[in-house]
Design a protein around this ligand. Structure first.
Ligand code: MN
Length: 232
C-alpha cells in the first residue's frame, strides 16, 4: 500500500472553486505516495477524521494568509485572502503537530506552519524587506536563487550540500520565526526558506516549489521521497 497523502486545496473564494493546482499530485506520485485532495471544513471532528484517514498532509501554495491571524493589520500590498481556507489549514496543522502526523508545507504551506505555531510573516517582501532580491518569478520551473542549508538540520543531512539552487514564486516570507521551529535553509539575501521541527517525525516546510522542479532536479525529487517515506 502506498502512503495516502492528503493534499490541502487551492481555494478561489471569489467563485468558490476548490481544487489542486497542476504538479502537486504528480510530485506526490513521484515520491511514491497516493495523493488525495482534502475538503475545507472548520469542524474539528471532521478535521480529525481527515487526519485519521491519511498518512500525511501536504500544504500547497496559494493566496496570502489573513494578517489578522498573526496579529497584524493588512497592508495595501496584501492582495486578497480567504479566511475559510486559512482557518482550516491552521487548525489542521496544529492538530497534526499535536499528533505528530507528517506535514510538508510548500510555499504558502511553510508560512501556514509558522503562523500556526505563533510566528509572523513579511506581508510583502519588496516593501518590507528592502535588501531582498526578486522572489516572485512567474515561470518557476527553473532555479532563480540559491539557499544555504543549515548545519545540523534534517534538510542538510538529506541533501548533503552546503548550498542548493531553488525556484521562487512568493512575495511573502517568514518574519518572526515560531519558537518551536528551526531554520534549515536561508536565501542568499537572508530570508528564511525552509524550516523543520526537530523533535517531531516530519513537520517541515520549504518556501520554494519542489513540485515544479522534481522532474529535472534530484534534490527536489529527494525531498518529495523523504516526505512520502516519512508517511509510511
Ligand atoms: Mn525565494
Amino acid at each position: 500500500m502506498k502512503p495516502l497523502i492528503g493534499v490541502s486545496p487551492h481555494y478561489d473564494g471569489f467563485d468558490g472553486t476548490v481544487g489542486v493546482r497542476p504538479n502537486y499530485f504528480p510530485a506526490v506520485e513521484a515520491g511514491g505516495g497516493l495523493p488525495i485532495m482534502l475538503p475545507i471544513t472548520q469542524d474539528k471532528q471532521e478535521i480529525q477524521q481527515l487526519i485519521n484517514s491519511v498518512d500525511g498532509i501536504m500544504l500547497t501554495g496559494g493566496a496570502d494568509i489573513d494578517p489578522s491571524l498573526y496579529g497584524e493589520d493588512k497592508l495595501p500590498t496584501v492582495s486578497f485572502f480567504f479566511s475559510d481556507l486559512d482557518k482550516f489549514e491552521l487548525e489542521l496543522v496544529r492538530m497534526c503537530i499535536e499528533q505528530d502526523k507528517p506535514v510538508f508545507g510548500i510555499c504558502r504551506g511553510v508560512q501556514v506552519i509558522n503562523v500556526a505555531l505563533g510566528g509572523s510573516l513579511y506581508q510583502d517582501i519588496p516593501t518590507q524587506y528592502e535588501k531582498g532580491h526578486q522572489h516572485f518569478v512567474d515561470t518557476s520551473a527553473h532555479p532563480t536563487h540559491t539557499v544555504n542549508l543549515v548545519e545540523g538540520t534534517h534538510l542538510k543531512r538529506l541533501l548533503d550540500s552546503d548550498i542548493i539552487s531553488v525556484n521562487s514564486r512568493h512575495h511573502q516570507a517568514i518574519k518572526a520565526l515560531a519558537a518551536s521551529l528551526t531554520v534549515s535553509a536561508v536565501s542568499d539575501d537572508g530570508l528564511i526558506e525552509a524550516v523543520e521541527m526537530p523533535d517531531k517525525h516530519f513537520i517541515r516546510g520549504v518556501q520554494w516549489h519542489p513540485e515544479l522542479m522534481f522532474r529535472t532536479d534530484g534534490n527536489q525529487q529527494a525531498l518529495m521521497q523523504s516526505f512520502v517515506n516519512a508517511c509510511r
